[in-house]
Design a protein around this ligand. Structure first.
Ligand SMILES: NC(=O)c1ccc[n+]([C@@H]2O[C@H](COP(=O)([O-])OP(=O)(O)OC[C@H]3O[C@@H](n4cnc5c(N)ncnc54)[C@H](OP(=O)(O)O)[C@@H]3O)[C@@H](O)[C@H]2O)c1
Length: 347
């Protein structure tokens, strides 16, 4: 089997982590990287032994020497870049959040369907062996009926107002960057929530720096989730069931171990996974596997999963009153458009 040729767009923090783990990907090879600057493209290419270095993103997108493109830029650029990749017929793995809102995501998944191009949001946690193990335990009924999920994702971010996390223009804030993970976990097991409540704290730069979200399901399940850019936390996740519980320890979203406690006597089993790197290799392997099978979306993290995740984030943001620049103008344009259509019908 020939290896899929991957190109990376952006040379920031996550691009480095991903490229570093890519050495463990057997079914692909890093062939190209694109940066806005020649110097950073060359440096990245050198560091990771990448053949092609482009100093603009669109040359990479249009390169005939690339099969799959990994997008590692700040959120606000995801929409345009994914769109360009699809139109160029390139498979895409795009960092989370896939776009700023559900409407943009839906547009892109529809476009991918139309062009029959593989697209996946880089929800890497889904492919971590620990998560696979937890899914298996839950499916086998090991902890009985699962009633609740508690999960955090906190860290202390730089306070620089221009840093992408604090900058509204860059799609900053806790929810889209890290709050997305606990919501993902809850919806992985319970599906789209029926009730959404939250309390958020808005920081000096008008982005959400801290929030707690309570999700509810008609079936009687609850999820209690927190994300913060201003406080530390062990970032554990706990699934509570009628016959026991599962705990994924510190930094659950990238854990290498988990434990299950069951029965009257609280019997405990711990499982460790001894994989190399941080675990970014698994999402890349999933993309290659899907391409090999001729799929345009992953059955393990589908477009629907991604849209349902984004819908919850939209609803939380609406409740907080957190809008990103451009979003409401686009809404207004749409209204305008509808208005005109309506007008035409009348004539
Ligand atoms: N999966 C994960 O574990 C994980 C972890 C962190 C972040 N992420 C996601 O990955 C994305 C990037 O995050 P990051 O932490 O890697 O960000 P970062 O360190 O700031 O890097 C972003 C890169 O995007 C490019 N870029 C394009 N336009 C830019 C602009 N106007 N300002 C700054 N950079 C720009 C730059 O690459 P060039 O200079 O080469 O053009 C930059 O190095 C975000 O969507 C985030 O949610 C995921």
């Amino acid at each position: 089997m020939s290896k899929y040729r991957w190109g990376i767009i952006g040379t920031g923090g996550i691009a480095h982590a991903f490229a570093s783990d890519f050495r463990y990907v057997k079914s692909g090879v890093l062939s190209a990287v694109a940066s806005r600057k020649k110097e950073t493209a060359d440096q990245f290419a050198n560091q990771f032994d990448i053949e092609l270095a482009f100093n603009d993103y669109f040359s990479l997108i249009n390169s005939q020497q690339v099969d799959v493109i990994y997008i590692a830029t700040p959120h606000v650029y995801h929409y345009d870049l994914v769109k360009a990749c699809i139109l160029a017929g390139k498979a895409v793995l795009c960092e989370k959040p896939f776009t700023l809102n559900e409407r943009q995501s839906k547009e892109l998944y529809d476009l991918a369907e139309q062009h029959q191009v593989f697209v996946m949001e880089a929800m890497w946690t889904r492919f971590n062996p620990v998560i696979e193990q937890v899914i298996e335990w839950v499916e086998e009924g090991e902890i009985g009926d699962v009633h609740s999920i508690q999960a955090n994702f906190n860290f202390v971010a730089p306070t620089d107002p221009n840093h992408r996390l604090m900058n509204l223009e860059m799609g900053g804030g806790a929810l889209l960057d890290i709050g997305i993970y606990p919501v993902f976990l809850a919806q992985l097991f319970f599906g789209k929530p029926d009730f959404i409540q939250n309390q958020a704290v808005i920081g000096d730069t008008d982005v959400d720096v801290f929030e707690q979200i309570l999700l509810g399901w008609e079936s009687g399940k609850l999820a209690s989730l927190e994300s913060s850019l201003i406080s530390h936390n062990p970032n554990r996740a706990v699934l509570s069931g009628s016959k026991g519980y599962i705990e994924i320890g510190s930094q659950w979203h990238m854990a290498k171990s988990c434990r299950i406690v069951t029965g009257e006597d609280h019997q405990e089993r711990a499982v460790e996974f001894d994989f190399p790197g941080l675990g970014y290799q698994f999402e890349a392997e999933e993309v290659n596997r899907c391409l090999q099978e001729g799929l345009i979306q992953s059955p393990n993290y589908s477009w629907q999963d991604s849209l349902e995740l984004m819908a919850t984030l939209d609803e939380v943001r609406q409740d907080i009153g957190l809008n990103y620049p451009g979003e409401s103008e686009i809404d207004a344009e749409e209204l305008e458009h509808h208005h005109h259509e309506h007008h035409h019908h009348k004539h």
